[in-house]
Design a protein. Structure first.
Length: 262
C-alpha cells in the first residue's frame, strides 16, 4: 500500500462501510442523470466540494485521483457546444458544426453535470478496500457469495497482470525480440498474457473450490460488515444533496427532465 493510500484512510469517510458510499454516490447521481440543467449540477457540485474536505484527501492526492474527470468534463462540454442541438441565436455554422445559445447552455450544463456525478464517486471510493466492499455486498446487500468472491479474486489479480506484463516485456527485451515492430510486439505480449491469465484463473478456481468456496451451504465470514449510524448519516447526506439540487433547479425554472415529452 502506498503512502497516499495510507493518508487517504485517515479521513472520517474512510471508516464508513463501502456500501453506504455506493448508496450515497447513487443518490447524488440519480437526479443529475434525469435532468440536464446547470443549476442542479452546479448546486450539487458546490455542496460536494464542502463534503470533500471531510474525505481525508490532501490537495495533491485529490488532483492525482481526479485529473481524468477534469479533462473529460471540458472535452465533453466542447463536443456538446459544437454539435449539440441548436436553438436561439446561432453564432457559428459550418457543415455539421453549429454553435448556438442552446448548445452553449447545454455544454455548460454538461460540464457541471460530469463533475457533479464523477467527482463524488472517485473521492468516496478512493478509501474503499476491495475486501471490505465484498464483505458489505455479500452481508448487507445479500448478493450471491460466489459472485462477490469471484469478482474480488479477479480484482485482486489486476496488480499481478501488470507485473506479468512488465516481466514479459523485460524477458522479450533480454532475448532481443522487442526492438522493432511495436504492433507485432504488442500483439505477441497480449497473447502471452492471455494464456498466462487463463492458466492462473484455472489454478485460482481450483484452489478456491478445494477450500470450499463453492459449497452449497450458508457461508460464514471472517469479518462482520455492519451498517450503523455513520453509514445512515452518509446516505442521508447524499439524499439531502440531491434534494437541495433538485429544489434549486425547480425554483429557478431550469429543471429539464430528459425522460419527459420533448
Amino acid at each position: 500500500m502506498t503512502l497516499l493510500d495510507n493518508r487517504a484512510r485517515t479521513g472520517a469517510v474512510a471508516r464508513i462501510n463501502p456500501v453506504a458510499k455506493l448508496a450515497a454516490s447513487a443518490l447524488i447521481a440519480l437526479p443529475l442523470i434525469l435532468t440536464i440543467d446547470w443549476v442542479s449540477a452546479s448546486v450539487a457540485l458546490a455542496l460536494e466540494c464542502v463534503l470533500f474536505l471531510f474525505a481525508g484527501l490532501g490537495w495533491r492526492e485529490f488532483w492525482l485521483r481526479t485529473w481524468p474527470v477534469w479533462i473529460a468534463a471540458p472535452l465533453t462540454a466542447l463536443t456538446i457546444a459544437l454539435y449539440g442541438q441548436a436553438s436561439g441565436h446561432i453564432y457559428v455554422e459550418w457543415l455539421v458544426l453549429r454553435i448556438s445559445d442552446g448548445s452553449l447552455a447545454l455544454a455548460l450544463a454538461t460540464f457541471f453535470r460530469v463533475l457533479a456525478v464523477a467527482l463524488p464517486s472517485v473521492v468516496l471510493f478512493v478509501t474503499v478496500d476491495p475486501t471490505d466492499l465484498a464483505d458489505g455486498l455479500a452481508q448487507i446487500v445479500r448478493l450471491p457469495a460466489r459472485f462477490v468472491l469471484g469478482a474480488l479474486a479477479g480484482l485482486r489479480m489486476v496488480g499481478l497482470f501488470l507485473d506479468d506484463w512488465r516481466a514479459i516485456e523485460l524477458a522479450r527485451r533480454a532475448r532481443g525480440v522487442a526492438d522493432r515492430g511495436r504492433i507485432r510486439r504488442f500483439v505477441g505480449m497480449a497473447f502471452a498474457l492471455l494464456v498466462l491469465s487463463i492458466r492462473r484463473g484455472s489454478k485460482l478456481a481450483t484452489a478456491m473450490e478445494a477450500r470450499g468456496f463453492g459449497a452449497p451451504v450458508r457461508r460464514t465470514w471472517a469479518r462482520a460488515s455492519t451498517f450503523g449510524g455513520r453509514e445512515w448519516a452518509l446516505v442521508a447526506i447524499g439524499a439531502a444533496v440531491s434534494a437541495i439540487a433538485v429544489t434549486a433547479s425547480v425554483a429557478a425554472g431550469t429543471w429539464n427532465f430528459i425522460l419527459g415529452p420533448s
